[in-house]
Ligand binder design. Sequence first.
Ligand SMILES: O=c1ccn([C@@H]2O[C@H](COP(=O)(O)OP(=O)(O)O[C@H]3O[C@H](CO)[C@@H](O)[C@H](O)[C@H]3O)[C@@H](O)[C@H]2O)c(=O)[nH]1
Ligand SMILES: [Mn+2]
Length: 664
Amino acid sequence: MWRPVSRTVFPERLPEDKELPAIDVFVCTADPNNEPTLQVMNTVISAMALDYPPEKVYVYLSDDGGCSVTLQALTEAWGFAKWWLPFCKTYGIKTGCPEAYFSALEDDHDDFRGREFNEERQKILEKYEEFKDSVTRIKENGRVGGKSISINRDHSPVIEVIKHDNTINTVTSDHPKLPLLVYVSREKRISHPHHFKAGALNVLLRVSGIISNSPYILALDCDMYCNGKSSARQAMCFHLDPNISPSLAFVQFPQKFQNISKKDIYDSQWRSGYPIWQGLDGLEGPILSGTGFYIKRKTFYGSSPQKDIDIKELKQTFGSSNEFVKSVNPKYRPDIINGEECSKVFQQEAQFLASCTYEKHTKWGEEVGFLYCLVEDYLTGFTLKCKGWTAVFCNPSRPQFLGSPATNLNDILVQSTRWNLGLLDVAFSKFCPLIYGPLRNMSLLGSMCYAGLGFMPLYCLPVWGLATIPQLCLLNGIPLYPEVSNSFFIVVVFIFLSALLKHLQEILLTGGSMQSLWYEQRIWMIKSVTCHLYGTLDAVMQKIGMKEGSFTITNKVDDDEQVQQYQMGKYDFRTSTMFLVPLVTLVILNVFSLVVGVSRVIISGSFNEMFVQVFLSFYVVAMSYPVMEGMILRKDKGRIPPSVTLLSAGFTLIFLSLGSIVFV
Ligand SMILES: O=c1ccn([C@@H]2O[C@H](COP(=O)(O)OP(=O)(O)O[C@H]3O[C@H](CO)[C@@H](O)[C@H](O)[C@H]3O)[C@@H](O)[C@H]2O)c(=O)[nH]1
Ligand SMILES: [Mn+2]
């Protein structure tokens, strides 16, 4: 049964601080050119500032770019955190993210706090400015030829405990307790596959295993900062609840975004997603969504809630590190946190665990850790459910994690193509949710939700069909749908309206406006005919071995002009011809079929039998107004280049000739 669940937590009922379990926070970054270093550091600092005993928080930054710039900036971040954390604590600042706090995105009512606070705030602001300057300087120095920072794709592992302080457990006013901060850059060799984010997370799982081995892990993308400080305690309300805890794998918070424009023309908030997460919470739990989740470490070690790890096969499964194998026992407390210096032996072991050959002949990425594919979150979460683990969806009114949305069409389409490829790749593998799910512990409804997402890229087929076949038939005088006077006409109207009204209902229930319907329908159509199509083609090519999947990092650098256009609700068509041509071709085809169709209806009086087809062309044309505007009226940089229009007109001609061959 579909039973959407809303949850409330009571953190005041948690046990005392000294009884709370430790948490390892994993932050991933991969490219300082596309992922602004300052933003990454803000995410790290916001995680350090979580409202949780600092000696029980260990923050790990994985740097897949292997850039010394990131390491240097992290050291600076640690220096700033020494000021920032006590300030947040003393004054109960609601967000631990300094950038959000100082840029007044935050609603901490500072005006009412008095002089002492204002002086202190000013001092911290100066420290923050100094920190920002030093990050800028570090980046300037790191640029090659004044351009971009070079990504090191061939290097040995680098693991550094940013500050390991023996006084970590003592508190004095000038020596605040800070969470341990660790920089991890795994070994990269061009000849070795590195499995993208999942590979990075698995290295973090191992390295953290011999440093802190915390029973819970919070994973964060580098652009998703902790907007609230209480997420850890909120998550523990579930993880420590004896009624659900034994089978509970993770607590997922929604991915929410700041600065979404009013019109949200690219549906960056992905509105349709979270009602499904809530519904799934009534079954086995929400889909794992890559970032903002607190997960039990044990779930990564291949066991099910009822069955423990097979001790005999430890080394075949986890690789040959004795230290790591010891850590698979949740009770194991590594030496480093008992106050020992970060020894040479430890360094060697950590480097071994982060080397690119470590996983050879082990089950990492296949059965343990994050599973290797482009959508590691979706697949890992799915297999956990199949083993009998459950999850909960925690969606408090104050968003606990906030990211920056993609603000231009190109970023949206590139990102979505990658997801589509990844999803379809899973859907067509042995993990096909419709088969693998029901054969294991998953309910049919739960499996169908996973399948709905996994097979989503195939939407390109019906959408392409609806955007071409009725139109070509109309042009060739072939009626496809019931006549208006036919009683079956009502069925067509019912199907069309019910789909539209269902979407409208979702929008209105989630605080959107009537207008949002058009924006969301439009971007859905744009995605269906472009990135769903390319994702599907990529998946097919990958299956037959003609192409290898790759993880193009989503750009996180905002271009001011693009942001302005986005905020005004203007589409930015500066994207590749590959994305524009299918879109423009379909628009031209529909305009043509509308004009000819209407003329034909008037001349031949066939309104009755051709109504639905004329209406479909009209609907597509009406939806595509911004595309036509981009082709004809706009003269700015974000318009559709005439060369694309010309090329698309050529493709339309091909369609028309094909249509007249097939349908005549
Ligand atoms: O080789 C890689 C590639 C990516 N990343 C990191 O992975 C995160 C997500 O990458 P991003 O480019 O932001 O991709 P998105 O499409 O925005 O990410 C969504 O989709 C991913 C794959 O499904 C999920 O892992 C993410 O959590 C989810 O936010 C970022 O922190 C990256 O730095 C790495 O560490 N190594
Ligand atoms: Mn992202």
